[in-house]
Write a protein that binds this ligand. Structure first.
Ligand code: IMP
Length: 426
């Protein structure tokens, strides 16, 4: 039996996890998503088709693979069904192979409304959320006001829980004429879709244990990235879930021994959407060049991503907090437009150079990156599938990253298509 792999983002999300999960799914039997919600946007290119998934695990494109959405995910029930229907019209049938935890919390229309109200209240200090209701939904879960998938099957309980929201959220909802504040509408809409959830609702923890015992290979699919982790990222400029390995254990109800290998996804440069510190951010022509060459626009919101050099300080942090065994380096081809490439090796603060990410946001906001310069390769490497065929400068860049992080490179992505990939042998 091959080892179960977990795929986690090592930066601020958008590392290209969708493509890697899609590739690894081919060699897996089960794909399980454990946290986040429709804030994620995983882009997959299959031949000429471009598919963007928000909630459904990226492995769904492979016929016959079983996909699970765990209890740690916050699920927009209407969005999920829309995604399933859209997959269906594209010839991808999820019947009998996409299941969702009965214990997953739901993102309700009023959560999205509250997300917007709160971002507006924050004004210039806003987090730059995806406005998908993620923070308000996780907050309800922790406050124990949350509505779970299983509640859809018990109309009286659902009604009582919805009525209770009017009291606990009066500050946002009382007198609000937005239809997302209307509990009667929400109740009716939920009752309409409840039968579809009855068919796909399971205990994901039990299912995974069963499948694992049968020797099935499980791929754990993370969303967002380490620096957006609610506990270990650049708080408060983070998302509201644990995007790191711990999130997979609680988000699916599995023990650590079920995870065989931790694969970190590292984009060959760095991007971030939304607010918050970004020490290696570029504001010049190079940012424009990378943004265009890498199509760095949000898959969920369409926002232009902030762009910067690779940051080994934050990557070391990501590797440590995840226990990363191997990395997949994505979008290496995008750097082909540059004469010179910089890599941040340390942060300088008050005249001292450090190798670690300061936990205090104010300190992190003022660090200056210390760079090491590498020559660019100025060649189109798109589609190269053999490491030895890469220009020496590109190999040099990759070798430096692997050594600095103390991890093995498992694969390198040299383009957006499935076939644009270098698989490295163990
Ligand atoms: P939220 O998750 O919508 O609450 O947004 C909180 C922060 O996480 C914002 O800066 C978002 O831009 C960022 N974020 C959330 N999901 C993603 C993602 O999938 N990729 C990149 N950034 C994300």
């Amino acid at each position: 039996m091959g080892r179960n792999i977990i795929v986690v983002g090592c930066q601020w999300g958008d590392e290209g996890k969708g493509k890697v999960v899609d590739l690894l799914a081919e060699k897996s039997d089960i794909i399980a998503r454990f946290q986040g919600g429709a804030n994620a946007g995983h882009t997959i290119h299959i031949e000429d088709k471009r598919l963007i998934l928000h909630l459904v695990p990226s492995g769904v494109t492979h016929p016959g693979k079983i996909c699970y959405i765990g209890n740690g995910v916050v699920v927009d029930p209407f969005g999920l069904l829309e995604e399933i229907d859209s997959l269906h019209t594209q010839g991808i049938d999820t019947a009998g192979r996409l299941f969702i935890s009965a214990a997953a919390n739901l993102v309700m229309p009023y959560h999205k409304l509250i997300d917007v109200i709160e971002e507006n209240r924050r004004g210039g200090d806003c987090l730059g959320t995806t406005l998908r209701g993620i923070g308000p939904a996780y907050r309800d879960k922790v406050a124990r006001w949350g509505i779970r998938v299983a509640d859809l099957q018990v109309p009286q309980r659902l009604r009582a829980k919805l009525d209770n929201q009017v009291k606990t959220k009066a500050e946002y909802l009382a007198g609000n004429t937005d239809e997302r504040a209307d509990m009667n509408k929400t109740y009716d809409a939920l009752m309409n879709i409840a039968p579809r959830f009855r068919e796909i609702m399971v205990d994901v923890s039990l299912e995974l244990q069963k499948q694992n015992r049968q020797g099935k290979k499980i791929l754990f699919e993370g969303a967002q990235g380490a620096m957006l982790d609610i506990d270990l990222g650049t708080y408060p400029f983070t998302t509201s879930s644990n995007t790191t390995v711990g999130g997979a254990l609680t988000g699916l109800g599995v023990g650590p021994s079920m995870i065989g290998e931790v694969m970190g996804i590292v984009k060959a440069y760095t991007t971030r959407v939304g607010g918050g510190p970004f020490p290696t951010e570029l504001m010049d022509d190079i940012a424009v060049c990378l943004r265009e060459a890498g199509s760095e626009y949000g898959a969920t919101t369409g926002r232009a991503r902030r762009v910067g050099w690779l940051d080994l300080v934050s990557l070391r942090h990501a590797c440590r907090i995840n226990g990363v065994d191997s990395i997949a380096v994505t979008k290496l081809d995008v750097l082909g437009c540059l004469d010179k490439i910089q890599v941040c090796t340390q942060y300088e603060n008050d005249g001292f150079a450090g190798e670690d990410v300061p936990l205090d946001l104010a300190t992190l906001s003022q660090v200056k990156p210390v760079y090491r310069e590498f020559p660019g390769w100025k060649t189109d490497i798109c589609g190269i599938t053999d490491y030895s065929k890469l220009p020496a400068a590109a190999r040099n860049y990759l070798d430096f990253i692997a050594e600095a992080l103390g991890v093995r490179i498992a694969l390198v992505s040299t383009g957006s298509r499935r076939s644009d990939t270098i698989m490295m042998n163990d």
